[in-house]
Design a binder for this molecule. Structure first.
Ligand code: C5P
Length: 254
């Protein structure tokens, strides 16, 4: 079944239009030296193109805004031009900022009117399946102001008193109950007005957009995430991503 024939809960005339903002302006220093992380190849295709296709795979998404490295907007524009992308989706490229938060804000500022739901998706999560994207959109459509895909943790998590020097032993101060914890992924989905207000109001450092909505005192809900929506941060993550792509190609071949 092609993506176009996939039944979708978002097909009706009343369906709110969804835009996806992809912050892709980070250097990715933990991945080692080289091109900005989003432009590195995965299965021969830049990670960013995988991420853009993952958002555009949802029939609800009619616009994708890519937030490029500040000195790489032209390169990103030409990448989007040369790679096949769905015709039903529009694309915009804007230069990013110094922090992820600033980059997302610049992406939001570039959104034209008419998109009431906004997804924010890390370029560093190129392999998120379309069913996860659709589940996030659906939960926003059902009335949640903010939605995160999330998975239970395999590891027990300890809170420590961070050592001043890397490698020094760190005193453990607490062990949160693992069953109550979730590892949060992207795309995170938002009622557009709520996300805009969060970015105008919250100034402290945050590591995700839903955290800003929490700071407004609003409820954020979690829906099931997917193990293939993992974030590519370290070199080993690239090995895993190549293996996931190889398995997909094998499955598509049959
Ligand atoms: O650094 P981290 O892995 O948390 O970055 C998450 C996402 O935010 C990546 O897709 C990265 O490109 C993006 N980012 C950005 N602008 C920055 C820093 C990170 O768009 N200044």
């Amino acid at each position: 079944m092609s993506d176009d024939s996939r039944p979708s809960p978002h097909d009706g005339p009343a369906a709110a239009r969804t835009a996806a903002v992809i912050p892709a302006a980070g250097r990715g220093v933990r991945l080692g030296p080289g091109a900005p992380k989003a432009l590195r190849a995965l299965g021969g295709t830049p990670m960013l193109i995988h991420a853009v296709r993952a958002m555009a795979a949802s029939r609800a998404v009619s616009l994708v805004v890519v937030v490029a490295p500040p000195d790489g907007a032209a390169e990103v524009k030409s990448l989007l031009d040369v790679h096949a992308l769905p015709e039903r989706t529009d694309f915009l490229v804007v230069p990013g900022g110094r922090s992820r938060q600033e980059s997302v804000k610049l992406g939001l500022d570039a959104l034209p009117p008419g998109h009431d739901i906004v997804l924010v998706h890390d370029a560093a999560r190129p392999l998120v399946p379309v069913d996860t994207v659709d589940a996030v959109i659906e939960a926003v459509r059902e009335g949640a102001p903010a939605v995160v895909p999330a998975l239970p943790l395999a590891d027990t998590v300890k809170q420590v008193e961070p050592a001043g020097t890397p490698g020094e032993p760190e005193p453990v101060v607490a062990t949160p109950e693992r069953a109550l914890l979730r590892a949060v992924q992207t795309p995170q989905g938002f009622d557009r007005a709520t996300l805009v207000r969060a970015h105008e109001t919250v100034t402290g450092d945050v590591t995700d957009d839903a955290g800003m909505v929490e700071q407004l005192g609003l409820t954020v809900v979690a829906v099931p995430g997917h193990e293939e929506a993992f974030k590519i941060t370290r070199p080993l993550d690239l090995v895993l991503a190549e293996a996931v792509l190889a398995r997909r190609r094998l499955n598509d071949g049959f």
